[in-house]
Design a protein around this ligand. Structure first.
Ligand SMILES: [Zn+2]
Length: 445
């Protein structure tokens, strides 16, 4: 099969090209006129690499009434996301044992329409298991109230020292102790005032210092402010040490506390929305940010009204970024770096994130001239609401390909549950690495 367009995103820019697809992969990148008669002609539409969402909560097996691997992955595909990494922070069971991981793999294999992977959860007493298992990524929480997987003190340090220093240890940074003392001091204050930027920054600084101390790879989840991004990046590896990576979420770029009167209780999220001036500063440091991830956290409308934190976001993440591109607020190369190649590099996702020969043919066909309104009828999540409902977005995703297969066209998902495959993770893409042999040797001792 051949797809051609005057604007294919290759090597960091849009240019005319014809892509050939063989056995689900990109077989060749040719001139625009190559095989002109038999190519699917996308004309002026953009042909982009499909997006990757490295931070989602698909809710299975804990709460399939909120979301399941089929509805969550359909929402992903509709939003141009063909690969996702699911978080471990469930209560029954958390993904902190081999059994729980196997159960999720089985469910996702049977039900997902998009390619999938998992972050393993760190707990106070599973560092020995993590040391033996060495999963491709691990998630830890510094916030007591936000997850059953909270780690403090020696338990966190054990994970920092025993988990492979080249693999991403993902950290949710909010300082629970500081938040509690603010809650006592600031009686009757809001969620946003208690869980302020200072609360997040305090945790980021601690984790950045530990990343330096243990000379290890750390991934900072959903940072909300320029101050946090700068503090995290101060721990960037030098002299061949593993780099840190930084993630932001769409709601911290496209929403602010000014949206709270409109959203009411549904506006609650961890970490919280910030002021408009802080949002503007965050946009200014986007160049230092490695990836965007939705933190897709679906709750039903009644649960939101009762204060459940989190937004559904996997379907709107890439469209919001592309809306910013069409509006001139963001360069296309920045959007693609944040949503496609950045996450592929940060999580070493083999053959994903770029239109390049040998990579999976995961593509998005995007018409910058069309616009659409976010309506609940279009959203595939079970959440049944969106903070962006009613927003008019510039540009529209017309079609999506996953491993060369047309998976979305004309607002429809064209593949059945089970089409999604486990993501392959490698140690060797885009990473500044420590000597893995030394680490392997240390692990055996
Ligand atoms: Zn999350």
């Amino acid at each position: 099969m051949f797809i051609r367009s005057k604007r294919v995103f290759i090597d960091g820019k849009l240019r005319p090209a014809c892509i050939s697809i063989h056995s689900g992969r990109i077989g060749g990148i040719h001139s625009y006129t190559f095989m002109a008669d038999s190519a699917l002609d996308a004309g002026d539409w953009f042909v982009l690499p499909a997006a990757i969402d490295a931070h989602v909560h698909m809710r299975e097996p804990e709460a399939p009434q909120k979301e399941d691997f089929t509805t969550g992955s359909m929402a992903a595909l509709m939003g141009g996301v063909t690969s996702f990494l699911d978080m471990p922070c469930y209560r029954s069971p958390p993904t902190t044992t081999v059994g729980a991981l196997t159960q999720k793999e089985r469910l996702a294999s049977a039900k997902s329409v998009a390619d999938f992977g998992f972050h393993f959860g760190a707990t106070a007493d599973n560092d020995e298991l993590v040391r033996r298992l060495q999963p491709p990524s691990v998630k830890a929480f510094l916030s007591e109230t936000k997850s059953p997987l909270t780690l403090v003190g020696p338990a966190l340090e054990r994970h920092f020292s025993s988990y492979d220093a080249c693999k991403p240890l993902c950290v949710h940074c909010e300082d629970a102790v500081l938040a509690e003392s603010r809650a006592l001091k600031l009686k009757n204050k809001t969620h946003e005032e208690i869980n302020s930027i200072e609360v997040a920054l305090s945790a980021v600084k601690k984790v950045a210092a530990m990343a330096k101390k243990y000379q290890r790879r750390v991934h900072f989840c959903h940072l909300t402010s320029a101050a946090e991004v700068n503090a995290a990046k101060s721990a960037v590896g030098r002299n061949g040490l593993p780099p840190v990576s930084v993630e932001v979420s769409p709601h911290h770029l496209f929403l602010s506390i000014d949206d709270l009167p409109r959203l009411g209780q549904t506006g609650q999220v961890n970490p919280p929305l910030r002021t408009r001036s802080e949002v503007a500063k965050l946009w200014k440091v986007l160049k230092k940010v490695d990836i965007i991830a939705s933190d897709h956290a679906p709750h039903l409308p009644d649960e939101k009204k009762a204060g459940a934190p989190g937004f559904p976001g996997v379907q709107t993440m890439f469209p919001l970024l592309l809306h910013a591109v069409v509006g001139g607020k963001l360069k296309i190369e920045e959007a693609v770096r944040l949503a496609c190649s950045g996450p592929a590099d940060a999580f070493t996702l083999h053959r994903k994130g770029r239109i390049a020969v040998g990579n999976d043919a995961d593509l998005v066909i995007f018409n910058p001239a069309e616009s659409w309104t976010v309506t609940l009828a279009d959203l595939r999540s079970k959440a049944g609401w969106s903070p962006y409902e009613g927003w008019r977005l510039r540009g529209k995703i017309l079609g999506v390909f996953l491993r060369g297969e047309q998976v979305v066209w004309d607002n429809d998902v064209l593949v059945k549950p089970g089409f999604g495959k486990p993501l392959q993770r490698t140690d060797s893409i885009g990473q500044t690495r420590l000597d893995l042999r030394r680490h392997a040797k240390e692990r055996q001792i």
